[in-house]
Design a protein. Structure first.
Length: 135
């Protein structure tokens, strides 16, 4: 909304988003001491905003000629169109009755199909090693 000596104008900004995700995973016991697992996720995401329509008297734009009130393309700044893969492998080995060692590897691949200011496409690899103590 713009307010000031020339009056006011407003519009409602509406957006629509859709996220579709498929996930598959499982864990397997390899005897009493070892456990392994794997997970995979694929996500498709889209989001868009409707165009904002400000209605103001024609004379206002002429008076404010050094100010920009053109919001006709704002709805394109928020477009989201992406796909992502996420795969994880994990393992656990029981060291004692209360202590086990854990390890996991995760790979994430993100594709920004409609970059605006910057293309966020890329991948990430995460390795974790830890100890789990049960008490």
């Amino acid at each position: 909304m713009t307010l000031g000596q020339f009056g006011s104008s407003s519009d409602t900004a509406n957006s629509e988003s859709t996220y579709k995700t498929a996930t598959l995973g499982g864990s397997f016991d390899l005897g009493e001491r070892f456990k392994i697992g794997a997970d995979a996720t694929y996500t498709v995401a889209t989001e868009s905003m409707q165009q904002i329509q400000f209605a103001y008297p024609a004379g206002v734009a002429a008076i404010l000629r050094y100010s920009t009130y053109d919001v006709s393309e704002v709805h394109t700044y928020s477009d989201l169109d992406s796909t992502a893969w996420d795969a994880t492998l994990r393992a656990e080995a029981k060291l004692t009755a209360k202590l086990s060692g854990t390890a996991s590897y995760q790979y994430i691949d993100y594709n920004d199909n409609s970059p605006y200011l910057d293309d966020l496409t890329g991948s990430l690899e995460i390795v974790q090693i830890g100890l789990r103590w049960v008490f």
